[in-house]
Design a protein around this ligand. Structure first.
Ligand code: NAP
Length: 455
């Protein structure tokens, strides 16, 4: 039975209790949205729904394991989870276990913060050959994502190629180059540590289609390349001879871009230290085809020139032998069944986070896959402000008297609640402690669900 409680509750809204909001997706955007909601004067009750048994999204499963300081943002999320009115429902997928319409009927509002769950394609021949991987799959694998543990990356070849000049490309290149000593204190999965330690890789070539000034990466990540224990960093000084337009772009650029260029200039004149591996940064090159008999054996690259800031092919190609290619050209959002989706931008169409009163978005599914973790705080806060505005204005559609627990029970779905995640967390940290590691991740669905349900 539907009631018009939403409208009734909006009258004299300050201090009124009982608004219920579902936030779907428990990465940074979802947690920042939840934090803003529970802290609002409407004392909103938030159910944070997640398809995995574990929260934190890319903070757990995307941020590189050798970046523990970045992962420490999860402490703020833990504080949010302790707030009255906050609940976590892991192992529940919207569109599979619960339909969007069903969810919308249970809550005054729904916020989707589901991120960008797949990768962008290059659209070149050979892209699907065995040995050509989306970087996102490799990242998910070494971070212990339960959907990616069956993948087998053949790292026996001497050369790996990473396409793209973003921070994910640098994460992948750096992870491939870490020494056993650098990997040991991280929460990289044991399988990935073993594979990287045993890898035959000698050179990792990171390929950018434009020049160093146009690269998307940030200076801290560029600077780290110069401090690796087991890998030299190689930059061709000729790639740093900028055309007048790039010179002007650099002059006008943010200090971050200038700092990245300073690092690259230093690398270009640095003597090789003869370390066992090398990361080579190659610019002005686009992949045109990946070649091989039944598996990746080489990548064909074309030399580009910059025309009005765009990479334009010169037609001058060369073949680089390699055994594995990681395509790191950005993430891409996927549709949520029953929710509008814009194919071009791969986002849910919205204005400032409002799709329509009662339906909202935050994070990468709202604005596309850009920015750092902190970017999502402002983004999610903007969304929540619109949601609260709609709530105060009595614009939220009515909801039923039902609850998510009833729906899940009817369907026989066993959610992992926050105490269940805490049990997983404790098990992982306990396993990591004697080894001097932050945690040893549980990374199979069965073991995660078993630990999560033990609570
Ligand atoms: P990104 O920053 O958008 O970089 C994508 C890269 O792919 C760009 O260099 C882009 O070049 C290139 N590219 C796109 N299409 C291409 C094509 N067809 N051929 C060749 N190159 C192509 O994406 P990302 O690295 O996936 O990172 C996603 C977001 O997460 C970013 O905001 C990033 O900063 C963030 N992140 C941050 C960290 C960190 O803070 N440590 C770590 C990982 C990720 P063009 O510029 O020419 O398009």
């Amino acid at each position: 039975m539907h009631t018009r409680r939403a409208q009734a509750r909006s009258i004299g809204a300050v201090g009124v209790q009982g608004f219920r909001v579902a936030v779907v997706g428990s990465g940074p955007a979802g947690f920042y949205a939840a934090a803003a909601l529970v802290a609002s004067e409407l004392a909103v009750e938030v159910d944070l729904i997640e398809r995995l048994p574990t929260p934190w999204g890319l903070v757990r499963l995307g941020v590189a394991p050798d970046h523990p300081k970045i992962k420490a943002v999860s402490r703020a999320f833990e504080k949010t989870a302790q707030q009255p009115g906050f609940r976590f429902f892991g192992n529940v997928e919207i569109g599979r276990d619960v339909e969007h319409a069903e969810l919308a009927s249970l809550y005054d509002a729904v916020v989707y913060s589901v991120g960008a769950q797949t990768d962008r394609q290059l659209g070149i021949p050979g892209e699907d050959l065995p040995g050509s991987w989306p970087a996102t799959a490799f990242v998910a694998w070494y971070n212990g994502h339960p959907d990616f543990q069956e993948l087998a990356f053949d790292l026996s070849h001497e050369r790996a190629v990473v396409i793209g000049n973003g921070n994910v490309a640098l994460d992948v290149a750096r992870m491939l180059a870490l020494t056993p000593g650098e990997l040991a204190p991280t929460d990289t999965t044991d399988a990935a540590i073993a594979a990287i330690n045993e890898a035959g890789i000698r050179e990792i070539v990171v390929v950018g289609r434009r020049g160093p000034v146009q690269a998307a990466w940030t200076p801290v990540e560029v600077g780290e390349l110069g401090e690796l224990a087991g890998a030299d960093i190689l930059v061709d000084p000729a790639d740093l001879e900028l055309d007048p337009a790039s010179e002007a772009e650099l002059e006008a650029a943010a200090p971050t871009v200038k700092r990245s260029i300073e690092h690259l200039r230093e690398y270009a004149v640095r003597e090789s230290a003869g370390k066992p591996r090398a990361i080579r940064l190659r610019f002005y090159s686009s992949p045109v085809a990946i070649h091989g008999e039944g598996k990746v054996e080489a990548i064909e690259l074309v030399r580009n020139e910059l025309v009005s800031g765009r990479a334009v092919s010169t037609g001058d190609t060369d073949l680089l032998s390699c055994g594995i290619v990681f395509r790191s050209v950005g993430y891409r959002g996927v549709p949520v069944p029953g929710v509008p989706f814009h194919e071009g931008s791969a986002t849910i169409p919205n204005e400032g986070g409002r799709v329509e009163p009662g339906l909202y978005v935050a994070g990468w599914i709202k604005r596309g896959p850009s920015g750092v973790i902190g970017t999502n705080k402002k983004d999610a806060t903007e969304t929540v402000q619109l949601l609260l505005e709609d709530a105060r204005g009595g614009l939220l559609p009515p909801r039923s008297d039902g609850t998510l627990e009833e729906v899940l029970e009817d369907k026989g779905i066993d959610a992992v609640v926050y105490a269940g995640w805490e049990a997983i967390d404790l098990a992982e940290r306990t396993a990591g402690e004697p080894l001097g590691r932050p945690r040893v991740k549980l990374c199979g669905w069965d073991e995660l669900l078993a630990a999560g349900r033990s609570a």
